[in-house]
Every structure is written in structure tokens, then in C-alpha cells.
Design a protein around this ligand. Structure first.
Ligand code: AMP
Ligand code: ZN
Length: 473
């Protein structure tokens, strides 16, 4: 089987084919940096990271871009109203640039703590104003956009495919649903590409006037084009991004380039907390620090947020996190047991016992992820292996093969502790072995042991009273 992914645009699972063989261009709508990323945001971003990891597992070179929205995202995702970052700046009596800078830094720290692979670029909207204006000019020239005063709007009725992604019909789009009726608009569903507002704190001069700032949607069209080109393979976001954000991105980019923007539009479902919407008034908008304060590790949160299917709603409670942490502990234990069985401890007498089952688990694991990134089904294969090793059904070779596979599976999940933690007893045993090797003048072996320990962060020191050791760094 090859990778199949659910495309919101066609409403079906499709075989994944890249524009360029072996290369995936992927754009992820990133955070609006007016506050700390909450666990719901993190779920969306972790989905993108897991998808990338699965593509890399299969051998694709993934060019991943995740933007930082630091201007122009209006409260309620609409055209009119306060900029989220400026609203926060006013509330805190701070400079909006300081707000976005601070939260961007923290965002990167959160990603690092949660084991995200680094994107090729994390472009900031505020640093791509010329690229946005280039598209806006092009849209005006082609007749897809119109200027009224200092504002420029995209005229949705000019773009026949508008509504295809979200299923909305232009005729039915009226006030409400993140749509404003405004006098200067030709149709209520027309959306802002560029706005002028003297009160706006972050603003740029253009031929439309001195107080301009971009609409939220044009930012992603411009950043994606700048960093990945006119056409990309995958565009992701949370389900709320489907409309208006991604619908509008498609209209702008495709009207401008005359080509299909992204081959696959992939959206993750929202995270719920305590079975409902996260909300400040309920006090359940948690972030990574809240999770750490309760004594959990980042990787336990990571596991909790990736273990469900990305297209199924996921519920978060502290109890569920506790249960996830316990399940992850079982996966760590699987690694420990496989390592022992590979050395013969608790292994079935015949080395090849269970080898076929291990091969099947790997095949099923890959088939599950090939099937629209079915993480829960893939994880189930790892737990099957745990049962086999617990019951002593794996021979030494089978356990070694299983260990290799489980470690590889962790390239996709990034949650397990797969490196052997050397404990004091192990180190002492190795030191004794090294001394014995030196005595018999087997310096190759003694050097090998020293280098192995060094690789584990253990430094040996020869002292008159014997060999002592310490942890590096
Ligand atoms: P924002 O910072 O509001 O621009 O959102 C960043 C990303 O987080 C977007 O892709 C949203 O779709 C996603 N997101 C926001 N809330 C949730 C949630 N409760 N569950 C999952 N994803 C979310
Ligand atoms: Zn976006």
C-alpha cells in the first residue's frame, strides 16, 4: 500500500502523489502570537509534525514551512474588528511588536520541549509585506480584486471555485458566519486583502495609503509562495481554518498564479477539554507549563495529543493525561523487555520464535499509517508486541528484530525512551570488563568499552586507587 490521505477538498481519501518525485512541500498554518500556545493549538501542530515524520519515515525529503502570524489576524477571524495582537498589546499596555516577539520565542521553546522536528522556515507575516503586495497588485490587474479607499477586497464572485473547500455557496454567504456586510463591499463574502486604519499600530505605507496592514489570509498565500513556490503538496491547519482562511487562500493564490495551490488540504479536528470547548471562563485553557506544573513530562503530553486519529475529536482531561502517561510507560517497558530478550533474558528458546509475528506487526503498523495516518491502529501493533514479549513468545532474533522496528516506529511518534539509560551497576560491570581486557593486553577491547561509555556520556578517570567515572557535562 502507498500513503493515502483524506483531502478536505475532494472529501475522500486519496493516494498521495507528490509534484516532484521524493520531495514533499508542506505548509502548516502556524500560531497567532498573542498568547501562549494552548494544548489545542499544540494538537494541530503535533499532527503536522507527525505527518512530516511519517513522510520522512517513508523516505520523502520534506520541506516544511510553518508560519508565525504576527499581524492582521482579527478577533473572530473576521475582516472587521481588533487585531488579536494589538488587542493584547492594549490590554497589557505594551508595544504589539514586543507581544509578538515574546510569544514567538516561547512558541519555539514549546516546540523544542515537545520534540518537534524543526521546520525549514518559520516565516513571520510582518516580514513578507512586499510579497503580499505583489499578489494584491496582480489580483487587481487581473480583475479579481477591487480598491475602495485605502482598502482592497477580493471579489469572490469572480472566482468560480470559491466555496469548493468548505462547501459554502457564495449566494448563501450572508451576514454572520465570519462575514460582514459593509457598504464598500460588492458582496458580503468579499474579503479584505489590505486594510487601512489610522488606529492600527503595526502598519505599512503602500500606494493604498500610509496606514495599511494585510488581511490574515493573504499572509499565508504570500509566505507559502515565497518559501515553497506557487504549488505545494500539502497544506494543513485545524478544522476551523477551512473557512474562511483556507477557502480565501485558495482563491487568492489560484487566481494569481492560474494554477492549483495545494494538492492536499488536510485538517485536524479540534481538541476538547473536559468534553467541551476550551474556554477562559471555564479556566481550562491549558498550556505546556500547566502540564509541567502537574508533574507531567512534555513527552507524556505529546503522546496524549498524538495517540488519537487526527480526524477524530480528542478529549483532554487530567485523568486522560495520566492514563496516557501510563500507556507510554508500557511502551518504554516494551523497549526494555525487548532489549533483554534480544540478549536472551526472558526469550523463547528458539531464536526465530515469533519472527513472523514481528514482521506482521511492522507491516500492519505501516499499513495503518498509510491509511490516512491511523496512529491508534499503528500504536496497537506496538502493544501487540508487548504482549508477545511479556508472554515470552519471542526468541532472541525475533526480539532483536522487534527492538529495531520499535525504535524505528519512534521516529514517527518521538515519544519513547529508546536509548539505554546506563545505571551505576552497568557502568561498574563495563569498567571491570575494561580492566580485565587491559590486563590481558586486549587494548582494542578496552578502548571499545571506553568509547562506548563515552558515547553514553560517561567519562573514565584512571586514579592511583583504581578507575572512577563521572557523567559528562
Ligand atoms: P491560532 O493561533 O488561533 O491562529 O491557531 C493556531 C492553530 O491552532 C490553527 O491551526 C487552529 O486551527 C488550531 N487550533 C485552535 N484551537 C484549537 C483546538 N481547540 N484544537 C485543535 N486545534 C486548534
Ligand atoms: Zn494560514
Amino acid at each position: 500500500m502507498t500513503f493515502h490521505v483524506y483531502n478536505t477538498l475532494t472529501r475522500q481519501k486519496e493516494e498521495f502523489r507528490t509534484l516532484e518525485p521524493g520531495v514533499v512541500r508542506m505548509y502548516n498554518c502556524g500560531p497567532t502570537v498573542y498568547g501562549r500556545a494552548h494544548i489545542g493549538n499544540l494538537r494541530s501542530f503535533l499532527f503536522a509534525d507527525t505527518l512530516r515524520r511519517w513522510l520522512e519515515y517513508q523516505g520523502f525529503a520534506v520541506k516544511q514551512v510553518m508560519n508565525i502570524t504576527d499581524v492582521g489576524h482579527i478577533l473572530a477571524d473576521a475582516d472587521e474588528g481588533e487585531d488579536k495582537i494589538e488587542a493584547q498589546a492594549r490590554k497589557e499596555n505594551k508595544d504589539p511588536w514586543a507581544i509578538s516577539r515574546g510569544w514567538t520565542e516561547l512558541f519555539h521553546k514549546d516546540l523544542a520541549a515537545l520534540g518537534f522536528r524543526k521546520a525549514a522556515a518559520n516565516p513571520k507575516a510582518s516580514e513578507h509585506i512586499p510579497e503580499m503586495l505583489e499578489i494584491i497588485e496582480g489580483l487587481l490587474q487581473k480583475g479579481y480584486a477591487y480598491q475602495t479607499g485605502g482598502d482592497v477586497y477580493f471579489e469572490v464572485s469572480k472566482f468560480a471555485r470559491y466555496g469548493r473547500l468548505s462547501g459554502n455557496k457564495v449566494e448563501e454567504l450572508d451576514a454572520g458566519n465570519r462575514i460582514e456586510v459593509r457598504e464598500e463591499k460588492r458582496h458580503p463574502a468579499d474579503f479584505a486583502l489590505w486594510k487601512s486604519d489610522k488606529q492600527h499600530l503595526m502598519k505599512w505605507t503602500s500606494r493604498f495609503g500610509p496606514d495599511g496592514y494585510p488581511g490574515w489570509h493573504i499572509e499565508c498565500s504570500a509566505m507559502s509562495r515565497k518559501h515553497l513556490g506557487d504549488q505545494i503538496d500539502i497544506h494543513t491547519g485545524g478544522e476551523d481554518n477551512i473557512f474562511p482562511h483556507h477557502e480565501c487562500e485558495i482563491a487568492q493564490t489560484e487566481a494569481f498564479t492560474g494554477r492549483a495551490f495545494a494538492s492536499y488540504w488536510v485538517h485536524s479536528k479540534f481538541l476538547q477539554v473536559d468534553g467541551g470547548k476550551m474556554s477562559k471562563s471555564l479556566g481550562n485553557v491549558y498550556n505546556l507549563d500547566d502540564v509541567l506544573a502537574r508533574g507531567f513530562q512534555p513527552r507524556q503530553l505529546r503522546y496524549c495529543l498524538i495517540r488519537g486519529h487526527y480526524r477524530a475529536p480528542l478529549n483532554f482531561t487530567w485523568e486522560i493525561l495520566k492514563e496516557s502517561a501510563a500507556a507510554l510507560e508500557n511502551l518504554d517497558d516494551l523497549v526494555v523487555r525487548l532489549r533483554k530478550a534480544a540478549r536472551g533474558e526472558g526469550a523463547s528458546p528458539s531464536a526465530d520464535d515469533g519472527l513472523e509475528a514481528v514482521g506482521e506487526a511492522k507491516q500492519e503498523f505501516e499499513a495503518a499509517l498509510d491509511d490516512d495516518l491511523n496512529v491508534p491502529r499503528a500504536l496497537a501493533e506496538l502493544f501487540k508486541l508487548r504482549t508477545l514479549v511479556l508472554e515470552g513468545q519471542l526468541g532472541q532474533s525475533a526480539a532483536a528484530a522487534a527492538l529495531q522496528f520499535v525504535k524505528k516506529s519512534n521516529e514517527v511518534f518521538g515519544v519513547m525512551q529508546t536509548e539505554e539509560e546506563l545505571i551505576g551497576d552497568d557502568v561498574q560491570r563495563l569498567i571491570d570488563e575494561r580492566q580485565a581486557a587491559r590486563k590481558r593486553k586486549d587494548f582494542k577491547e578496552s578502548d571499545r568499552i571506553r568509547d562506548y561509555l563515552l558515547a553514553q556520556g560517561i567519562v573514565l578517570e584512571d586514579t592511583p586507587s583504581g578507575v572512577s567515572w563521572k557523567k559528562k557535562g
